[in-house]
Write a protein that binds this ligand. Structure first.
Ligand code: FAD
Ligand code: PHB
Length: 402
């Protein structure tokens, strides 16, 4: 058995774990990151695309925003489409100049892995049988097998950054954690297509046939989503059927529609809202999807992961400076205030734009009135815009050592 010591043991090399590792590095705090998948798998996984203004600012302040600034696509606005018409929401104008940036999560993760490797601090990929223990002691541990040898990492603190299906949250005794959940009766079929985006901004569509979303990854790649049943087998959707449905839902009365191209990736994701509270047990701190899941309609998941780890980095920095535990004790409460606001926004975006299978005729007319109000009221558009670009950060970058 190989026994190692570190200050912070991080489980998971997704956005949460990698961002935390780098924030700690910038503060001279030692960490070990343990990931059960391969490096290629982690980088190739196609997921988020929208970064809030604050997430972009954070990546730049951390010194990992160089490629993001070069290749990211800044969007000042977005479109909401219903009854065949697109309505523009000028987010920058409504929020005093804030915007979102489209930059794939896999690019963020790639940049962060490169930064981690440059620090020479440990990052284990393809770790097997990962488990955590001694959570309530002053020396919690991560155990795993790697390269045929058993490893034990003894830590001061653990960060559970291992996503919704990870091992950290289930290692907390059930009595010590409350969970809140809502499962939606639909999922998203997502595709990447080799087609130049036909709009420079995202288009969220509520159509009689269901929700559809137009997004992009680069000047040559379009990213599109369709509402489908949650357990829909992808085999039910040959490429031609996907394009027929995308065009049926997205084409607007002014003739706008997505450009068709070769589909290079497709998958179905179910949708849920989930919160575990508190986000801490003993010396284990949960961050990102391991503690909460939002339906992707509000584009908040990765951004919440970033704000959690900023709060955690501030608390760990303070601990190592003068052994103060006040901010560690406040971690969960500070994060959960933002998490619940993002939950509310994501639920609202989801229910306002999707067709529920059990909705009544009244529900649908009310939904259309909601969209009509949203796109006709400056106050309503401002509310959407300020949440979509991201509410102000809970803690300053300075307090986290940036
Ligand atoms: P993850 O990315 O899940 O990372 C967890 C890591 O832990 C993974 O690498 C995993 O392999 C590893 N792991 C798991 N179990 C173990 C174990 N036992 N041991 C070791 N390692 C383990 N968010 C946005 O902000 N904007 C968007 O536009 C957006 N769009 C989305 C679109 C889709 C279709 C989906 C599915 C999600 C979207 N999200 C979006 C959400 C976003 O992708 C997630 O919230 C984000 O990945 C959370 O990061 P994380 O690091 O907390 O978790
Ligand atoms: C994406 O580009 O993948 C994307 C955009 C907006 C969302 C979700 C995902 O709400």
């Amino acid at each position: 058995m190989r026994v190692l010591r570190t200050q912070v043991g991080i489980v998971g090399a997704g956005p949460a774990g990698l961002l935390l590792g780098h924030l700690l590095h910038l503060n001279g705090i030692d960490s070990v990151i343990v990931e059960n998948r391969s490096r290629d798998y982690v980088i190739d996984r196609v997921r988020a695309g929208v970064l809030e203004q604050g997430t972009v600012d954070l990546l730049i302040a951390m010194g990992v925003g160089e490629r993001l600034q070069r290749e990211g696509l800044r969007h000042d606005g977005l479109y909401i489409s219903f009854r065949g018409n697109r309505h523009h929401i000028d987010m920058a104008e409504l929020t005093g100049g804030k915007a979102i940036t489209v930059y794939g999560q896999n690019e963020v993760v790639k940049d962060l892995i490169d930064a981690r490797i440059a620090t020479t601090r440990p990052l284990y990929f393809e770790a097997e049988d990962v488990s955590v223990g001694a959570l309530e002691s002053s020396s919690p541990v991560i155990r795993f097998r790697h390269g045929g040898a058993d490893h034990e990492i003894r830590c001061d603190f653990l960060a559970g950054c291992d996503g919704f299906h990870g091992v950290c949250r289930p290692s907390i005794p059930e009595r010590a954690i409350a969970t809140y959940e809502r499962i939606y009766p639909f999922g998203w079929l997502g595709i990447l297509a080799e087609a130049a985006p036909s709009s420079t901004e995202l288009v969220y569509t509520c159509h009689e046939r269901g929700f559809a979303l137009f997004s992009m990854r680069s000047p040559t790649i379009t990213r599109l989503y369709l509402q489908v049943p949650p357990d829909e087998p992808i085999e039910n959707w040959p490429d031609e059927a996907i394009w027929d449905e995308m065009l049926a839902r997205m084409t607007t009365s002014d003739g706008w529609k997505p450009r068709v191209g070769r589909i290079v990736q497709k998958s179905v994701t179910p949708m849920r809202s989930f919160v575990a509270a508190p986000m801490r047990h003993g010396r284990l701190f949960l961050a990102g999807d391991s503690a909460h899941i939002v339906p992707p309609t509000g584009a908040k998941g990765l951004n919440l992961a970033a704000s959690d780890v900023l709060v955690l980095a501030r608390a760990l920095k303070a601990y190592y400076e003068d052994r103060s535990t006040g901010w560690l004790d406040e971690y969960s409460d500070v994060c959960l205030r933002r998490v619940w606001k993002a939950q509310r926004f994501s639920w609202w975006m989801t229910t306002t734009l999707h067709r529920a299978p059990d909705e009544s005729a009244f529900d649908h007319q009310r939904q259309l009135a909601d969209l009509d109000y949203l796109t006709g009221s400056r106050a309503a558009m401002t509310s959407l815009a300020e949440q979509y670009v991201g509410l102000p950060a809970e803690v300053s970058f300075e307090s986290a050592g940036l």
